[in-house]
Design a protein around this ligand. Structure first.
Ligand code: XUL
Length: 519
């Protein structure tokens, strides 16, 4: 019975997902919450330390304490770690870890009998790691863009303009603020490559999926871009190992884990990737045109693309897929549930009343429309409070349909840069339980919508990556198949009779948005 382990090293916890590929089932899912286990030892809240002025860091040593606690918890839950054939992982994206020249020897010489964190404490040239929540690097973003010849050059080169949370700007800031510590840095890695390095006992390269979130990888050649590295910090290429394919094994697990936790000495470790790229696999989005939409506090749309197309409007991010063939496009709308709840509350309704209002109103809403930007919006880029109504403010059913149609039409318009023929839409998140909402998305996109229930797509995606990495002759659709099925009976087909209504609405809404949102 081969088992595969996916480890999700996320912002607030370390989670293990174990799959059994004979039965096609997930047999364990266990999580170690950082605050609960290590809040007082490391002084973290929600897994991070907020150092003020946008500086948000975490502790690489804490992640390793959590890794050991996770293995013990999995064993307590009855999981036979010795039967795990391969491990892959997922890490919160963008965070950077800085190691000194002693790291390589310490990693290879790990001894059982002493906790890992005690053995590893001397390997850092910086004790903390800035993570994706750090927003203190605006200046470095501008400098990196200028350094490569402008933001469009960086976008076309790396797939993304400079974002404050991305790794390159974090590295540049470290080099500028702490030049001596930067000098002591022999290896710069990401959360993903760092955790994999500890498991293998050697410095593991950053994979293509997570390297895409650094502003430093050439998105087409999938290698570090010399000009982006030069614009980031001097001598940086000496502090990185080459980008690796996600599917090429990093090595076998270090004997420490065999002795201390009972792993098999044959257990293969694949490179870890970013959590969003792993979620792409965990939702089974392994063919171009497969798109997922997560309807949560914010709504996130992500898609599998054949080519690394970029958004010149700065509407999204592009990452290489860990299937080593496709690309991932990701866009995030701030006004997800927030907008749905604002309109529901305006009319004093519960979700039942909201749904009834959707049921009784007609597709196309008799031409009534709304721009529902109650909070600042990323897609399109507008400040807070841009709520424009082309309808009566007190028309409950009209407002409710208008907010859902605005969200569905916006997801259609603002995903055009991906150049995809959207053939299916997988919807997850709280609001995906609402069939009336899903009908609107199916009709606007003109494709079937399936509901997906997932608690940890990133961890599951990592486990599937471990399976595929260990048995590469299996196709990706076959590897994902048993684990990535929509909820039985949840598929909603588009209603062809609404096509022309929604074609008209797409036109009208685009014009309405252009009129009120300055580009
Ligand atoms: C993506 C991003 C976050 C982190 C969270 O660009 O910053 O989703 O990956 O873990």
């Amino acid at each position: 019975m081969p088992l595969y382990l996916g480890i999700d090293s996320s912002t607030q916890s370390m989670t293990g997902v174990v799959i059994d590929t004979d039965s096609g089932s997930m047999i364990a899912e266990t999580s170690i919450n950082f605050d609960e286990h290590f809040g007082s030892a490391y002084g973290v809240t929600n897994g991070v330390v907020d150092l003020g002025q946008g500086v948000v860091h975490s502790y690489p040593l804490m992640w390793i304490d959590a890794l050991e606690a996770l293995f013990e918890a999995l064993k307590r839950d009855g999981c036979a770690l010795g039967e795990i054939a391969a491990i892959a992982g997922s890490g919160q994206q963008h965070g950077t870890v800085y190691l000194n020249a002693s790291a390589a020897d310490t990693l290879s010489g790990l001894e059982p009998g002493m906790p890992l964190s005690q053995q590893l404490q001397g390997i850092f040239s910086r004790k903390t790691a800035p993570i994706w929540m750090d927003s203190s690097t605006a200046q470095q973003c501008r400098e990196i863009e200028e350094g490569v010849g402008g933001s469009n050059r960086l976008l076309n080169l790396t797939g993304n303009t400079a974002f404050e949370r991305f790794s390159g700007p974090q590295i540049r800031k470290f080099y500028q603020d702490e030049p001596e510590a930067y000098e002591q840095t022999a290896y710069t890695g990401l959360v993903s490559s760092y955790v994999a390095s500890v498991l293998v006992g050697k410095l593991v390269s950053v994979d293509v999926g997570d390297a895409s979130g650094t502003n430093m990888m050439d998105i087409r050649s999938k290698t570090w871009s010399p000009s982006a590295l030069d614009a980031t910090a001097p001598g940086l290429s000496d502090r990185l190992t080459p980008v690796t394919a996600s599917g090429s094994p990093a090595g076998t697990i270090h004997p420490y884990f065999v002795a201390a936790h009972g792993f098999s000495s044959d257990c293969t470790v694949l490179p870890f990737s970013g959590d969003n790229p792993c979620s792409l696999i965990g939702l089974g989005l392994v063919e171009s045109g497969h798109v997922a939409l997560s309807l949560g506090t914010s709504d996130t749309l992500f898609a599998c693309m054949a080519e690394p197309r970029v958004s010149t409007e700065g509407e999204g991010c592009v990452f290489a897929s860990p299937d080593d063939a496709h690309y991932m496009a990701l866009i995030c709308y701030m006004n997800g549930s927030l907008a749905r709840e604002a309109v529901r509350d305006q009319f004093g309704l519960d979700w039942g009343g909201f749904t009834a209002a959707l049921e009784t109103s007609l597709p196309g809403n008799d031409g009534k429309m709304m721009l529902p930007f109650f909070d600042p919006e990323i897609v399109p880029n507008v400040g807070a409070g841009v709520v424009r109504r082309h309808l009566e403010e007190e028309d409950a059913a009209g407002n409710i349909r208008a907010v859902i149609e605005a969200q569905a039409v916006s997801s259609h318009i603002h995903s055009r840069w991906m150049g995809l023929d959207i053939t299916s839409l997988y919807v997850t998140g709280g609001a995906s339980a609402n069939e009336e909402i899903l009908k609107v998305f199916a009709n606007v996109h003109g494709c079937p919508v399936h509901r997906f229930e997932t608690t940890n797509a990133a961890g599951l995606g990592a486990a599937i990556r471990a399976y595929h990495g260990h048995q590469p002759s299996i196709s990706w659709p076959d590897a994902c198949g048993p684990f990535c099925q929509p909820v039985a009976g949840s598929t909603i087909q588009p209603d062809p009779s609404t096509r022309s209504t929604y074609d008209d609405l797409i036109e009208a809404y685009s014009a309405f948005e252009r009129e009120h949102v300055a580009s």
